[in-house]
Design a binder for this molecule. Structure first.
Ligand SMILES: Nc1nc2c(ncn2[C@@H]2O[C@H](COP(=O)(O)OP(=O)(O)OP(=O)(O)O)[C@@H](O)[C@H]2O)c(=O)[nH]1
Ligand SMILES: [Mg+2]
Length: 306
């Protein structure tokens, strides 16, 4: 399946539950009070959030009714378009810290990212900084094997900062390109978790002052507005440079991407559209919106003789 079809497949639930309806309404009806209210309800249900919904409606009101559908695409692309290039340093290693609440998809995303870099011919180190559970270390090890990355870990309960130090130190001494640090999502309490994250970053800076070059906050799209609140807490404590929005394939609430862009002001850099190693895609605002509002006439599945 091609890139766009995979994205379209991943956004199927969101498209079928909400965005196709919105598209249909805008294509076939006048943008009057009643239409406005219906679209407002659909946007809120799709988890677009109050702020972005109001903005979209205000912008739609300014348009000629016959332009409304095309305008919606433009407005969504505008909201979602942020500089989402990776901050890759001139000198290796490129250090990425993966943060987020438990279960959001950090470890899986570490594996997918490692695989993506390996396919670009880069040498990757995965650091198991989630030392809270032995299972977390084993899980990352499996991803390291699958993706062909070097695995650096200590024992369960070890100091997360020490693991980060070893992973970056290994990369420096062996001339490796990328270090990806998997961190814990749950500790005894929120303060402990945030303290640990800050410590991991401080330790890494002893070796590479500009690191971590990327702090990617992994968010589970299924958790919708709740996830957005959690993201705001992380943003206060660590300097998040990008969002990875996972599990878009499992939810109809793909509109959360729009709320994230509008309310967090942090670029979405990757999206997860499945559990497989290739199911991580760099985020592209235009492709995302096209997939969200695409018609459902998938040509591939149509038999040739019809
Ligand atoms: N459908 C789907 N499932 C995903 C995606 N990303 C991750 N998952 C699944 O989500 C579950 C949790 O993923 P993990 O990577 O273990 O999450 P985590 O943030 O590391 O969790 P903790 O280590 O407990 O903090 C796993 O079952 C993954 O397979 C995705 O894009 N789509
Ligand atoms: Mg994990």
């Amino acid at each position: 399946m091609g890139f766009f079809d995979k994205l379209k497949e991943g956004l199927k639930k969101s498209r079928e539950a909400f965005f196709n309806k919105i598209g249909q309404i805008l294509k076939t009806r006048r943008f009057d009070r009643e239409t406005r209210d219906e679209i407002e309800e659909l946007l809120i249900l799709a988890d677009v959030g109050v702020e972005a919904t109001e903005y979209i409606l205000e912008r739609l009101e300014e348009m000629k009714p016959e332009d409304a559908f095309g305008a919606l695409k433009e407005i969504l692309i505008e909201i979602l378009s942020k500089d989402n290039k990776l901050n890759i340093p001139d000198e290796k290693p490129f250090v990425i810290s993966m943060v987020g609440v438990n279960g959001s998809g950090k470890t899986t995303t570490c594996g997918k990212l490692a695989y993506m870099f390996r396919r670009e011919g880069k040498q990757v180190v995965l650091g198991a900084c989630d030392t809270f559970r032995a299972a977390a270390i084993d899980q990352l090890k499996i991803w390291a094997e699958r993706s062909g990355a070097t695995f650096i870990a200590h024992m369960e309960g070890a100091d997360a900062g020490a693991v980060a130090y070893d992973a970056v130190n290994h990369a420096i001494s062996k001339g490796k390109d990328v270090v990806i640090l998997d961190t814990a999502g749950r500790l005894h309490n929120k303060k402990h978790l945030m303290d640990e994250l800050q410590k991991v970053h401080r330790v890494v800076q002893k070796l590479v002052p500009a690191a971590p070059h990327e702090v990617l906050l992994v968010m589970d799209a299924v958790t919708g507005q709740n996830g957005l609140q959690q993201a705001k807490i992380f943003k206060e404590v660590v300097s998040v440079t990008g969002i990875v929005l996972t599990k878009l394939d499992g939810t109809a609430k793909g509109g959360i991407a729009i709320a994230i862009a509008k309310e967090l002001g942090i670029p979405i850099k990757f999206i997860g559209v499945g559990e497989g190693i290739e199911d991580l895609k760099p985020f592209d605002a235009k492709d995302f919106v096209e997939a969200l509002l695409a018609g459902d006439e998938i040509s591939e599945s149509t038999p040739a003789n019809v």
